[in-house]
Design a binder for this molecule. Sequence first.
Ligand code: FDA
Length: 402
Amino acid sequence: MAKQFDVAIIGAGAAGMMCAAIAGARGKRVVLIDHAEKLAEKIRISGGGRCNFTNINAGPANFLSENPHFCKSALSRYTAQDFLALVKKHRIGYHEKHRGQLFCNDSAEQIIAMLKAECSAAEVNWRMPCKVHEVTKEEGGYVVATDHGDILAESVVIATGGLSIPKIGATDLGYRIATQFGLPLVEPRPGLVPLTFDGPSWAAFAPLAGIALEVEVSTGSGKGKNAKRGLFREDLLFTHRGLSGPAILQISSYWEPGTPIVVNLLPEMDVAEELIGSKTTVKKQLGNVLSQWLPARLAEGLLLANGFAPDARLADLPDARLRKLGDAINRWAIVPTGSEGYRKAEVTLGGVDTRALSQQTMMAKDVPGLYFIGETVDVTGWLGGYNFQWAWASGYVAGQSV
Ligand code: FDA
């Protein structure tokens, strides 16, 4: 087969562009193929338009995967500091917002322009917009059949991302190619996504939409010894259909359908002890006492949902009832009905099973020359810049190896 390219990369998102720039800089003849009209839409909309491009504390503990060790090699070979050095080289202003999260001062467009410039410097060829019909293996390489004709390459890198936000071009092509070549999948599902509750169970809370507060949220009731456990202290937001905000997005990736999440609405305080302790000194109404600690609308909603009249006098209530109320606030256990799905999910959990890939190169162990990188792979980061760091790191190691 007369090969036009050393490497064909399908998907010009975060991971694909990084891989192309690295492979091109090594002198490889690279072609980057994407079906989208507009380049890297996900980077453009990320971080509210400012792209939370990495997290300086990123490490393996910030990622979910059936094999939590898999990501270690790539994350150590291309670190947040390495990406930051690239950002500095391109003179992009940035700031740390919260717990190591780095954002552009101006616009996510700068990250796209930076990656594009790196690809240009590495003489990467583009086919975009360009539909991919199929990928087949031939003697000594691969044929990628596209709208622009057949592309012949020695290696193929699949960087088509996950299923989140279908309206900006997410497809299951990466999973289909993996399956075609016999690679197993960990079932994909939405992650970093708001959780929803059915109408009747949420009726008492729907009027609280718009209230936000810092909480501690956990799972832990997942079944079996391998159940994934999460614990986060972040902001929670009540919505008309359920719960959102960083705390809920984080825990959603650990949540298993049918199990509860447990929210501590006042993590600084043992509410039952405080209420009981206040009985002798405070002759106040329960609603007034609680609203010293919680937004007033939330305090009232919680009292009503738990069968208390907001004007009940604290001193008149038995300790046992106050303990129950304290529990309902410090350990609010609720079973979500579902999530807002891929339409709103920031990432896709699951994907190409890492057991089928080499962690040093991202190549399929049994299919020489076929690589998978980025979100297509069963490695999913927390909220906070971790998912881009995985895209950069996995793109880098594949780019070094192809
Ligand atoms: P990515 O999705 O970036 O790229 C995949 C590419 O493949 C796309 O260009 C697509 O068009 C192309 N493609 C798909 N199917 C194809 C097909 N059939 N044929 C050809 N091309 C195809 N993360 C983070 O760390 N910090 C943040 O601030 C945010 N913010 C954020 C906001 C929102 C709204 C979302 C939805 C997501 C985030 N993320 C994030 C997550 C982050 O965007 C995501 O994890 C990375 O973009 C994944 O990089 P990939 O390169 O793997 O996929």
